[in-house]
Structure formats: C-alpha cells, structure tokens
Write a protein that binds this ligand. Structure first.
Ligand code: FRU
Length: 488
C-alpha cells in the first residue's frame, strides 16, 4: 500500500467519532470525513452493495481526489470501509477521478480516470486524462501494471485528451464495454464507447452520442443501460444554458433510445431531465441480483454549495432510486428497502385544507410523506416544512400553471445563493400526488409517479420540525406519514 493511501486510511480512523451521529443525515449516505462528490463504483460484489466516491478526507473542499468506500446490504444502512484508492502513481498523480466497478471471477474490478499533469518545455501545464484499472478483494486494491489501459490516444481524431473521463464498465456476452465522457472537435460533449476481451487491451468502438453544442459542453459521468425495451444513456452535461426543462449550469439527462450492439450505434429518441432540484449531479446506476436498476447521485451542487462551514464533513448522496420505464419515460421511486425503516404510520383522509392547517403528528425531519390533493382548479397549494414559524422551506403548487416550486429562501441561509427551482407537472389530472422524503438536510420530491423529481438541500436547524399546509381555495387532501428511523 502506498504511503499516501496509508495516510488517508489513518486519517479516517483518527477522525472516527469526531463527527456526532446527530449531525449526520439519518438515512442518506454521508462522507466519513472531509469532502465527497460523485458516486463511483456503485455495484454488487460478493452479495453486497458497494459504493465508492470522489473523496478528499482532509478538508471539506474539493482537492486531490481519492476514492472513499462503503458497503451495504440494503442500500440504506452503510458501513464505511477504508479509502480504496489514492492518487499515488505518475499516471494518476493529479487525481483519481470518477469511474465504476464490477465483479469478475471473484475479484472486484475498479476502473477510474487517472489524471496526469505534465509541464511542457515552454513551461505550460498539460493535463491528460486516461482510464485505469485496479483489482481487489472488496477492501484492498492493486493498480494494474498495464495502466493506463485506455489511453486518450485511442480517441478519434480531434477529440479532447484533457476532457476524457468517468468510465462506466459492464459485461455483455463475454465482452467488456466502457463508456466515457469526452469532447469532440466542436468542443462540446460526446460519449465514447470502448470494448475489450481481457480488460487490458481496449479498442475504440464508436461515438454513442454527441451534444453538438445543444445539450451543454462537456458530458460527464455517463452510464448506459437497458431499461424496459429501451436503452438509456445517462449523462451529466456541464455549462448548459437554461432551455425548456434545463437550468443554467450543470444538469443531468436521460437520453432514451435504441441500441444496436453489432454496430455499436445508439439512436436517441427522447431527452428527459433527471432531477429539477437545486442539488443533484453525477448519477450512476447498478443492477441488483433481482434485476432492478438502481440510481444514486451526489446531492450537492458545484456552483451553489451551502454546507455549514463548521461541519467536518461535506457530501451526501441521494436516496437510491429504482428506475423503471413507462411510455418511453424513466420513472424514479425510492428504493423499496427504505420501507423496512418506516415507523409510526400516521394517516388522514379527506382533510379540508384552506387556511393554514397543521396535522397532529405530521411533522419531523426524517420522514416519508405522501400527499394526495384533490379538487384544485386554481390558486396555490403550499406546504411549509422544516418550519419553526420564522424558518421554513416551501413547496408551492400552482394549479393553473401546473408548476411545482421548491423554495428555500427562508430556510436560514445567510448567503446570496440560488434558492428556488420549479418543474412542470403532467396535465389533465384530477389530483396531485407527491411523495416527499425529508432527512435533516434534504428534501426529495417525487411527482407524477416519479417522472418529475426534485432534490434540494436545506441546512435549517433541526429544531424546526413543523409542517403546515395551506391553500387559497379549499381542497381535499389525504396524507400518509412515516418516520424513518435507523435504530442500532
Ligand atoms: C463530476 C466530475 C467528474 C470527475 C470528478 C472529479 O462531478 O467533474 O467528471 O471525474 O467530478 O472529482
């Protein structure tokens, strides 16, 4: 093991217990210590779910990237494992960037981007991104002597060698495939596909899809998987301009279409925004033993980080979400294992909501809340949550526009950051059904059966627990609430 990895592991051990459990989210994965961004290597190994992540243990800011590591039997309760990779080789010394993992012949194969920085004779810095492999037993990993196994030299003429990252690996009919993010000659994103028969020698296969300057610039963190009778290319585009369903800056999109494996061509048919919230990026998926496709994402924003400076940790993941396909659209539902942690069911039927309405026991900061609102034709329906009167966040549904807004303006922020995002809900429905997961610092809203989803962070003091409903009109509402508890 390198000195650098040993140091990271020692630092992690020493940091254990420095962060009080009450300061962490209840049922969302949070970084052991320091900084975390993208989920990496989300996959099964020897019957357990593994999650790696972009990691800098020493500070709560992005820096020299390592891979942190954790495992779980149910996607909800996670055990921290020692840091898996450090940037300790010449070919990855400027960062062990995002990647993926798979189980193969009893070994765990990690594939990641090694970032190398060199200085030219004229003194200019040059950055190279290449794909590298490490093999391990679920805890300790050895980087391949053949690294980097996918060199940027394999890219088509004119492609960027500086922006070539985030390999996602899978196996199909005895052949290994990798998709990675890249930039084409026009400077905007493309997803490149490679294949190999032995994990060491890789060949360029095709360009699966391109932005052509329409869906942002660089496309990061691709994933490519079958769902229903379609194939989904999941991407995280950078530097987008607000346009229809997308907001300025970093976005995430499901590109749905058909794939011809023989010619390695993807024919895009649909584009869908993955999550409309303020804090969602770099999602990655895996397939469970029972065939479910599960997605997890980094629950933070690059441009609007709002985590408290006094915390010794920064970084949470979304709740893992099951993906299904319906009428060509991807639907997201919180992983069913979460239901094992449901406690104290409270439910109300046909509550009349007009002026401010609070319901006994419908409160809390670690809850799973389902609402059905009927009879709304105009006006606005509001849910104030994480409220103590002065502080609150709001979900506002505008019935005429059929627009759902999340607003954290009054959540206790003292900085000039983005506070609100909106999404359009499906039309032509009698009722609006929402599922809302609250977990101390986060609010995940699932609407339209999981077709339209919104994830945002709030750092309101935990004493703010109330939930208040109100509506300009009088409406009829059903509510079901569970606390989510993780005893033991
Ligand atoms: C996405 C990303 C990836 C990269 C990693 C570096 O958030 O920019 O493209 O591999 O973060 O930490």
């Amino acid at each position: 093991m390198s000195e650098m990895l040993r140091k990271a592991r020692e630092y992690e051990s020493r940091s254990k217990g420095r962060i009080p459990q009450e300061e962490r989210p209840v049922f969302h994965f949070s970084v052991p210590v320091g900084w975390m961004n993208d989920p990496n290597g989300f996959s099964d190994f020897l019957g357990e779910h593994h999650l790696f992540f972009q990691y800098y243990p020493y500070q709560t800011a992005w820096n020299s990237m390592h891979w942190g590591h954790a495992s779980s039997r149910d996607f909800v309760k996670w055990n921290y494992l020692p840091a898996a990779l450090a940037p300790d080789e010449a070919y990855d010394g400027a960062g062990v960037f995002s990647g993926s993992a798979m189980e193969e012949k009893g070994k765990q194969i990690l594939i990641y981007t090694g970032v190398e920085e060199t200085v030219t004779e004229s003194g200019d810095k040059e950055i190279w991104q290449n794909q590298c492999i490490a093999v391990g037993d679920g805890r300790d990993y050895v980087k391949s002597a053949a690294n980097p196994v996918i060199s940027s030299r394999l890219l088509p003429e004119g492609s960027s060698k500086e922006d070539f990252r985030d390999p996602k690996i899978w196996k199909e009919d005895e052949r290994y495939y990798v998709v990675a993010g890249n930039r084409s000659q026009d400077g905007s994103g493309q997803i490149v596909l490679f294949y190999s028969d032995d994990l060491e020698t890789w060949k360029f296969g095709s360009v699966l899809d391109r932005s052509e300057n329409r869906l942002g610039r660089m496309w990061e963190c691709p994933d490519f998987f079958p769902l229903g009778d379609k194939r989904v290319l999941l991407i995280s585009p950078q530097e987008m301009r607000a346009d229809g369903m997308f907001h300025n800056g970093n976005n995430t999109a499901f590109l749905t279409g058909d794939y011809d494996r023989d010619t390695m061509r993807f024919i895009r048919q649909g584009v869908q925004c993955v999550d409309y919230g303020l804090d969602f990026y770099a999602p990655q998926t895996m397939q469970t033993q029972d065939g479910r496709r599960i997605m997890i994402a980094w629950m933070q924003s690059w441009d609007n980080p709002i985590y408290p400076q006094e915390h010794l940790w920064s970084g949470m993941m979304t709740v893992p979400r099951e993906l299904t396909l319906k009428d060509g659209c991807v639907l997201q539902t919180p992983v069913r294992e979460l239901e094992q942690y449901w406690r104290h069911e409270v439910s109300y039927q046909n509550v009349t909501v007009g002026k401010e309405t609070a319901l006994e026991q419908v409160r809390g900061r670690s809850i799973d809340l389902e609402l059905t609102v009927r009879g709304m034709e105009r006006g606005k329906f509001r849910i104030r949550l994480a409220s103590d009167g002065a502080l609150y966040s709001e979900i506002i549904y505008d019935a005429e526009e059929r627009v759902l807004t999340f607003d954290r303006t009054h959540s206790g922020l003292t900085r000039d950051v983005l506070c609100s995002r909106s999404m359009k809900l499906e039309g032509g429905k009698e009722e609006v059904k929402l599922r809302i997961l609250l977990d101390r610092y986060s609010v995940e809203i699932f609407a339209d059966g999981g077709k339209n989803v919104m994830t945002s962070l709030i750092y309101t003091p935990q004493t703010a627990q109330d939930i208040i409903f109100s509506c300009g009109e009088t409406v009829d509402m059903d509510v079901r609430k569970f606390d989510i508890e993780m005893e033991g």
